[in-house]
Design a protein around this ligand. Structure first.
Ligand SMILES: NC(=O)c1ccc[n+]([C@@H]2O[C@H](COP(=O)([O-])OP(=O)(O)OC[C@H]3O[C@@H](n4cnc5c(N)ncnc54)[C@H](O)[C@@H]3O)[C@@H](O)[C@H]2O)c1
Length: 438
């Protein structure tokens, strides 16, 4: 099939590269020329395992290219995906500016077209957006009619950063929200060889499924973090508790890993947008508000811990292992490292940080206020304490490296250290979220 993807960020680039790899003819569009040039040169603009290799393979086989021209992309495609950002406004409600601009641009380009094309929203948008914002703009600027001259779908994306290629290729389900049957059939055709269930719904149900999924997952995280905080007070290891409750089929084992909260570009923004939207409609979503509040509090768990250990933090050298919001990613959006480091800077700590992939993005946030290290060893050297912020695999078994520290104090915000008991034997003072020996 001929596909165009408007907006080439995490979702757009991964979608484009994977659909090309499945044999489709793909054009990726972005307004940022540097991103477009980089893609055409075979450089993935984000870090995601295998992304660059698959991009290069498909560039070579001429199944993918990038452009800044929406006209060219609309002209090319049978199906046009919209995957531009939907950030938060200052009041935390969804900002639909990019969606509106893209809808106008696609509408203008559609005006010149005679073929039937389907426009599919992949961005996460508040229920009602495709019907009340996207379709009216497409119709106004094209002078054509949805459901007659062109098709419209809403196909939410569920990929996880850090495992994006795998998730796109192996989804648990595909949700096709359709304006009408003909639109839905076109998207169904594109995904027909996937072995997962395909659920076809109306547009606003598909939009809500995405929000409800993220809200539920965020709730699960805040729930296990709350249990972790109680476990700590009672001398219980939350990981054993999580294992015990996860064996109940009604609960399930996934997403019960206690830590310092969720970040990234999706959970915080999507739960906040759902809260704002419910409030606007006159319903106060109390549970979701608590989920967000708990998460904000949890991010500062390591700071509370370290303040209990040192009565005065000024001039203490603190090693920060991990800056990205999660392992296998270079994404710093809403990363707990940001409030943690800012709080420690206020206490006049000297920060030495190491992340295998996110350093360049972190520099845009912290500038020269912190020191960036090139290895775990450099980071830990002579440190008064270490805080593990990101669950990078390479931090799992670094017991020997803690010998490089001035004080062997390890604050594990992700419960990533494989064997906390071994730390005890090696005279390492270990503190983990929801860990018993506190
Ligand atoms: N990142 C994730 O893990 C993830 C997962 C599922 C869903 N989503 C949703 O997908 C959407 C995109 O997320 P993302 O993380 O890829 O965003 P992103 O910010 O990484 O990328 C968006 C891209 O769109 C481009 N853009 C903006 N306006 C444009 C226009 N008029 N024409 C062409 N390009 C334009 C931007 O330059 C940017 O490169 C959001 O709604 C997000 O909530 C994200």
């Amino acid at each position: 099939m001929k596909i165009s993807i408007i907006g080439t960020g995490y979702v757009g680039l991964v979608t484009g590269v994977c659909l090309a790899d499945l044999g489709n003819d793909v054009i990726c569009v972005d307004i940022i020329k540097e991103k477009v040039d980089a893609i055409n040169e075979g450089k993935a603009i984000i870090y995601e395992e295998n992304l660059e290799e698959i991009l290069n393979k498909n560039l070579k086989e001429k199944r993918i290219r990038a452009t800044t021209s929406i006209n060219e992309a609309v002209n090319h495609a049978d199906v046009i995906f919209i995957s531009v950002g939907t950030p938060s406004r200052e009041n935390k409600a969804i900002d639909l500016g990019y969606i509106e601009n893209t809808s106008c641009e696609i509408g203008k380009a559609l005006k010149e077209q005679n073929d039937y094309k389907v426009i599919a929203v992949k961005s996460t948008v508040i229920p009602g957006t495709t019907e009340n914002v996207v379709i009216p703009l497409l119709e106004e600027f094209s002078g054509k009619k949805a459901g007659k001259d062109f098709g419209v779908c809403m196909v939410p994306e569920f990929l996880r950063e850090g495992r994006a290629i795998y998730d796109f290729m192996n989804p648990d389900r595909i949700i096709i929200g359709e304006y009408d049957k003909k639109s839905g059939n076109a998207i169904n055709e594109l995904f027909k060889n996937f072995s997962c269930p395909i659920l076809r719904t109306n547009l606003r149900t598909a939009e809500m499924i995405k929000y409800a999924s993220n809200a539920f997952l965020a709730t699960k995280i805040s729930f296990i973090n709350e249990i972790a905080n109680i476990c700590e007070l009672k001398g219980i290891d939350v990981n054993e508790v999580a294992k015990g409750i996860g064996l109940d089929k009604r609960i399930g084992p996934h997403f019960l890993h206690a830590g310092i909260g969720f970040g990234g570009s999706c959970f915080p923004k999507d739960v906040s947008a759902l809260i704002a939207s419910a409030d606007e409609n006159g319903y106060e979503p109390k549970l979701l508000k608590e989920v967000m509040e708990l998460n904000e509090r949890q991010k500062l768990w390591p700071v509370r811990k370290i303040k209990k250990i040192f009565s005065d933090l000024s001039n203490k050298k603190i090693a920060i292992l991990g800056l990205a919001f999660k392992g296998n990613s270079d994404d710093m959006r809403e990363s707990p490292s940001i409030p943690i480091i800012n709080s420690l800077l206020k206490e006049k700590c000297k920060i030495y940080a190491y992340d295998p992939k996110a350093t360049e993005n972190a520099k845009k946030i912290f500038g020269n206020k912190i020191n960036y290290c090139e290895s775990v060893d450099e980071c830990l050297n002579d440190a008064d304490a270490c805080i593990i912020v990101t669950d990078w695999n390479e931090f799992r078994e670094i017991y020997d490296k803690f010998n490089l520290m001035k004080n062997k104090i390890v604050i594990d915000g992700r419960r990533i250290i494989a064997d906390p008991e071994k730390c005890k034997k090696l005279n390492i003072k270990y503190y983990g979220v929801g860990y018993k020996n506190e």
